[in-house]
Design a protein around this ligand. Structure first.
Ligand SMILES: [Zn+2]
Length: 307
């Protein structure tokens, strides 16, 4: 069975200005590298639908969704926080980014594909129920996980987050939600400075000090994530795939390597095979050094293809 590769043209049109690191070329860096690495022929390409209002409201407040829709500009940029802006295409892109994870969930649940990667932006894991922040508008991975629970009737899903920044929005969505186990690593202290003070029991948060590389990452996965996943027995695994913990990334100070993304993906796919019929849905979060982003995403997708 193939690996789905899901994106939408609007994700290239969301643009927060010429100097913003969360730029449209991130998606070109990834798709170019898929071709260069010879992975293109193994991917089932799909165009993302927009997430419906019902799907968004499983995570976000109605007032919040309406405020975002109402803030969409006719031209220029509207700032939601100092780092997060809307251009005329951004709301459409954010809806399709969330819709990509919903479609990925449907394809994997129906058995049409083995697993899926959503090459979408804006990212989502900082978006809280009622707040946009940190380049994120709608929390795509949370919308997908809720779709698996509410539409497909699963009882247990895991959300894995290896972005260098703590996924505060996903934690906001799922704290004390017994059907979800969230496991993450993130550099601490670093934006958004959350994730360490009294996390809920279903949060496996592993803060890593600046400079942590492959060894520290792999130890965290082996000693913290994998035992928690084994105990939880997830029926599906969602991945917030940020690649900004890479050594080359300009926004943070961890030192992961390309091969670490292949390794962690294989480990997660093994858990999925054991408990979840192999079901893994991954979506892009951060990653701002374009060559390292392309290579790391290709390693991640190659491991999904080979799972
Ligand atoms: Zn990040």
């Amino acid at each position: 069975m193939a690996t789905a590769y899901i994106t939408h043209p609007s994700c290239l049109k969301h643009d927060m200005g010429p100097y913003h690191p969360e730029c449209p070329d991130r998606l070109n860096a990834i798709s170019d590298r898929m071709i260069a690495a010879g992975l293109d022929g193994y991917l089932a390409r799909h165009t993302a639908p927009a997430a419906t209002r019902e799907q968004l409201l499983r995570v976000h407040g109605a007032n919040y969704v309406e405020a975002i829709e109402g803030a969409s500009p006719r031209d220029g940029l509207v700032y939601l926080d100092p780092d997060t802006a809307l251009n005329p295409h951004s709301v459409e892109a954010a809806k399709h980014a969330a819709g990509a994870v919903v479609l990925a969930t449907d394809l994997v649940m129906k058995g049409e594909v083995a697993n899926a990667f959503c090459a979408v932006r804006p990212p989502g894991h900082h978006a809280e129920r009622h707040r946009a922040m940190g380049f994120c508008i709608f929390n795509s991975v949370a919308v997908g996980a809720m779709h698996a629970l509410e539409h497909h009737g699963l009882d247990r899903v895991a959300v894995i987050d290896f972005d260098v920044h703590h996924g505060n929005g996903t934690e906001d969505a799922f704290s004390d939600e017994p059907r979800v186990l969230m496991a993450s690593v993130f550099q601490y202290p670093l934006y958004p400075y959350s994730g360490v003070d009294n996390p809920a029991a279903n949060m496996v948060n592993v803060p890593l000090p600046e400079g942590t590389g492959s060894e520290g990452f792999r130890r965290a996965v082996q000693t913290r994530w994998l035992p928690a996943l084994e105990a939880f027995e997830p029926q599906m695994i969602f991945v917030s795939a940020g690649f900004d913990a890479h050594r080359d990334d300009p926004l943070a100070g961890l030192r992961f390597l390309d091969a670490d993304y292949a390794w962690v993906t294989r480990e997660l796919c093994e858990v999925a095979k054991k408990h979840a019929q192999g079901r893994v849905v991954s979506t892009l979060e951060g990653g701002y050094a374009l060559p390292a982003l392309g290579r790391s995403a290709a390693e991640h997708v190659k491991a999904l293809i080979e799972a």
